[in-house]
Design a protein around this ligand. Sequence first.
Ligand code: UGA
Length: 404
Amino acid sequence: MKVGVVGLGYVGIVTAAVLADQGHQIMGVDTDKDKISRLQAGKSVIFEPGLDELISRNHQRFEFTSNYDGLGESEVIFICVSTPDRGGEINLDYVFSACESIKNVGSKATVVIKSTVIPGTARKVFGRTGIRVVSNPEFLREGSAIHDTVHPDRIVMGADEPQRLILLRNLWGFTKAPILETTNENAELIKYASNAFLATKISFINEIADLCEKIPGADVSVIAEGMGYDKRIAPEFLRAGLGFGGSCFPKDTRALITFAKENNTDIRIVESAVSVNSDRVKKAVDRIEAKFGSLKTKNICVLGLSFKNDTDDVRYSKSWELVEELNRRGGLVKAFDPTVKSAQGINVTVNPDRCIENSDFVIVATEWKEFNRLNLNTAGRVIDFRRILDKGKADMMVGVHDKN
Ligand code: UGA
């Protein structure tokens, strides 16, 4: 099929690469001309395991442009533009303007919204542009985006009439995942409810971690393991730590809360999940100072700057927030990250051993597995806020009583 992809961020470029690998012809459109030049030159625009290989293997199936005219012949067009936060609510301007531009090139394609959008967006798009869109939310995670797109747990697609879904059903059929066909509104809300539920799971285990820290002998990772064997609970998203960050959970939970209020209802459990998440970093630093004293003028090495492992994305990163909090308390902070080599206002060290040596504290802030292989013998106190170090390596761990 001739497939158009508008918006070449995480979701767009991964969708384009996976569909190209399935033999489809891709027209990728983005208003960022610099990004288009890099893609045309075969250069990568994000760090995502396996993505570069997929793009170079299928290079003859891609065209990249900042001009919507190229979409005239597409049979299916995916809208993957960002839907940023605007004071706690979602800003849909990029979605509307993409739909407007698609209409202006006289496209007859099935237009599909992959961007995360609040329920009612498909209806609004129809009201503004006359285009009846299909809603096909994306559930991929950064760091395992290709795997998640090729092997999703489910495909959700919503439309006002089932025949609008025929092309999409064919396009995603290769995944063999269960397909839920429903209304636009259901498809849109399934995405928010899923992200909010996962975020709530994280805040839940983080509060259990706080409790474990008060009880000698308790350990949150064992509690999570014991809970996770129950199929109704499942083991994923029960890793305690500094809380959830990234470009999705913080924004989507806030947008859901605002959307619920606009509809005269409160989702109190999600409000609590957000509130628990908001003071994670401050509480973590309080705990260090309570045990080891003031951090003023202490040399501190923070391991990890990205919002999680296997990505270079630092948006709403908890480790970044941690660095800022440590600086506020007078700490002398250096940071190391396997992918992030510079960060405004942060002293980033490219060599992890240099970062670690002679530091009073080493703090693991992002769950990069390779941190467990670093030599920590030259460091002072070691603090593991992500529970990735082997037993015995850390002087303080999230979810464990300090005297254990
Ligand atoms: C999330 C969802 O997992 C995807 O399903 C969804 O498609 C995506 O948002 C989106 O809306 O586009 P992502 O933001 O890439 O994916 O990252 P996650 O793996 O969900 O992690 C989010 C944050 O939660 C990270 O800061 C991570 O460190 C934290 N986390 C995750 C924990 O603290 N504990 C856990 O057990 C899991």
